[in-house]
Design a protein around this ligand. Structure first.
Ligand code: HEM
Length: 144
C-alpha cells in the first residue's frame, strides 16, 4: 500500500466515512450496553451524524469540511458540557471499533485508527474519577 495515501483514501473516501459514521450511531442507538453514552446525546442523532462525518473527513486526511463550515472544532471545549469519564470513553470506542470491524476495514488501517481514536477519546475525559483522585490526594502533613 502506498504510504503517501491518507487514511481517508485508504478507507474508501467520502462514502466510506459516511458509512462508518452511520454504523457508529446506529450501534450507539441500539445497544443497551452503551446506554450511558446514548443518553448524553440529543434525542435525534441527525445533527451528530452530519457533524461527525464533516469532522472525520478532515481528521482522516480528506477535505476539511467541518472547519470550512464551523471553524476550528475546539473538540475538547465542545465536550465540556457533558460528563465524560472512563465508561463513556470506553463505550464510544466500543461503538467505533465495532463499526470499523463490521465495515470490513483493512486490519492494519483499523489498528492505526483505533489508536488515534483512543487518544482523542481519552483526551475528552473531563470527569475526575477515583483512579485520578487517589493520585491527587494531598498527603497529611508531617506533625509539627
Ligand atoms: C470520549 C467519549 C465521547 C463522548 C461521551 C462524546 C459525546 C458527545 C456529545 C454528547 C456530543 C453532542 C452531540 C449531540 O448531542 O448529539 C458530541 C459532539 C461531537 N463529538 Fe463527541 N464524544 C466523545 C468522543 C468523541 C471523539 C473521540 C470524537 C472525534 C474523533 C468526537 C467528535 C465529536 C464532534 C465532531 C461533535 C460535534 C461538535 C459540534 O457541536 O460541532 N467525539 N460528542
Amino acid at each position: 500500500m502506498d504510504q503517501q495515501q491518507t487514511a481517508y483514501e485508504r478507507m474508501g473516501g467520502e462514502a466510506a466515512v459516511r458509512e462508518l459514521v452511520d454504523r457508529f450511531y446506529d450501534l450507539m442507538d441500539q445497544e443497551e450496553e452503551v446506554k450511558k453514552l446514548r443518553d448524553l446525546h440529543a434525542k435525534s442523532l441527525k445533527i451528530s451524524r452530519e457533524k461527525l462525518f464533516l469532522f472525520l473527513s478532515g481528521w482522516l486526511g480528506g477535505p476539511d469540511l467541518y472547519v470550512r463550515k464551523y471553524g476550528h472544532p475546539r473538540l475538547r471545549a465542545r465536550h465540556l458540557p457533558f460528563s465524560i469519564g472512563i465508561d463513556e470513553r470506553d463505550q464510544w470506542i466500543a461503538c467505533m471499533r465495532r463499526a470499523m470491524t463490521e465495515m470490513g476495514l483493512d486490519e492494519r488501517l483499523r489498528a492505526e485508527l483505533d489508536q488515534a481514536f483512543f487518544r482523542t477519546a481519552d483526551f475528552m475525559r473531563n470527569r475526575a474519577e477515583a483512579e485520578q483522585d487517589d493520585r491527587l490526594t494531598v498527603l497529611p502533613s508531617a506533625k509539627q
